[in-house]
Design a binder for this molecule. Structure first.
Ligand code: SF4
Length: 374
């Protein structure tokens, strides 16, 4: 905690708030890509510290939320195969697929689904149950994929033949491009994901100012980090010179983590991926390379499977993930959809925007008119 105290120092944060509140100019829309940022923004009341002409929008940076219903349905089909043990991170359990069925309901109906905290746990289960297929449901962005690669390499080394991956991994820059290409929301700046950038580096976001004229900043997750990120975006907007900044230098390097990137692309290669709310985005997914395709659960168990997709049409997660609406604009928010009864993944996930709005409940507090003194 000692190390974090300066990043939570009220006096330092107040200084940044003062600079941000002195902004004079056209209204600005900033998007925080990452769900962890969204939760931190709410938890620390940062939206309420901003002047009313600076608005924060939540983006698609929650791996559970962007997992499409098709992939939930495919996961359910895998779970129903006799003898299979599914291993997954807990957040995925409650995400509803077609007809409201989730892995949790499949588990209640008898499927052997086990929550793990890492791929190492899944490997351990594979070692202890060599007569049964163990499928790890691989979700996550660039942050988690290197660990899945490491698990595949370890399985190869040990000659484990009952360990499989259903890869739903996704890459974040192509999704950011997709949002900008859609043009549904005007963005004056983007807060790049801190954890992901630790792996891919701040240079992965340089296309934003270069190709789209949109400033970016990579930020950490403490209040000071986020305020510093916003201040750096405001600064770029005032100067009218979009470039980019790294406000998370204690963790993120320009080049990222070359070892993590190498292991990721030793095992995986890019492929199209289906994103909830954004559809299929070329080059935004990761599939196992041919050399490791014998670990591919999809190829192993159902290469011709066609999943029927029947979403809850009233759930507006897709629009939430694109920053087009805020969760309270969904008619189900809080009335019938809550963390205890989630009707969409943005409420299920601990990184989802709907759960952030629900949990912190301060979304309807007023922001400040421009130039309000602190
Ligand atoms: Fe979907 Fe619930 Fe969020 Fe509405 S409040 S968009 S139903 S998750």
């Amino acid at each position: 905690m000692e190390i974090l105290s300066s990043f939570r120092d009220p006096a330092l944060s107040r200084r940044l708030v003062k600079i941000i509140r002195s902004y004079e100019g056209k209204p600005l829309n900033f998007m925080e890509f990452c769900g962890t940022h969204t939760h931190a923004v709410f938890k620390y009341g940062i939206r309420q510290l901003l002047p009313e002409d600076i608005k924060m929008l939540s983006g698609p940076g929650c791996p559970v939320c962007v997992t499409d219903s098709r992939d939930i349905n495919l996961s359910l089909s895998l779970a129903r195969i006799s003898g299979v043990i599914i291993t997954t991170f807990g957040d995925l359990l409650k995400v509803p697929g077609s007809g409201g069925k989730s892995l949790q309901t499949a588990k209640a109906e008898g499927a052997d689904i086990r929550i793990v905290y890492s791929t190492l746990d899944a490997l351990k289960i594979a070692r202890e149950n060599k007569e049964r297929p163990i499928i790890f449901l691989g979700i996550g962005f660039e942050t988690t994929t290197p660990t899945v690669s490491a698990a595949i390499l370890q399985a190869e080394k040990e000659g484990l033949e009952n360990f499989f991956i259903f890869s739903m991994h996704k890459l974040t820059p192509p999704a950011t491009r997709a949002i900008l290409n859609l043009g549904e929301v005007h963005l004056d700046g983007i807060i790049g994901p801190g954890h992901v950038s630790t792996v891919i580096g701040s240079k992965a976001w340089e296309f934003l100012p270069l190709e789209y004229g949109v400033p970016f900043v990579v930020a950490g997750f403490e209040p000071f980090d986020i305020l510093l990120g916003i201040e750096k975006l405001v600064e770029q907007c005032i100067e009218g010179r979009p470039r980019g900044a790294n406000a998370y230098m204690r963790s993120v390097k320009k080049e990222g983590n070359p070892s993590a990137i190498k292991i990721m692309y030793d095992v995986f290669e890019t492929s199209p991926a289906l994103w909830r709310g954004l559809g299929e985005i070329p080059g935004s997914g990761l599939k196992l390379k041919d050399k490791y395709s014998h670990y591919d659960a999809f190829l192993k168990f159902m290469p011709t499977f066609k999943a029927e997709i029947e979403d809850n049409l009233n759930c507006r997660c897709g629009e939430v993930l694109r920053g087009v609406i805020d969760p309270p604009q969904c008619q189900l928010f809080k009335k019938v959809c809550s963390p205890d009864n989630p009707l969409g993944p943005c409420m299920v996930s601990s990184e989802g925007a709907c759960s952030a709005y629900y949990l912190y409940g301060n979304y309807d507090l007023p922001t400040f008119p421009p130039h309000t003194p602190l």
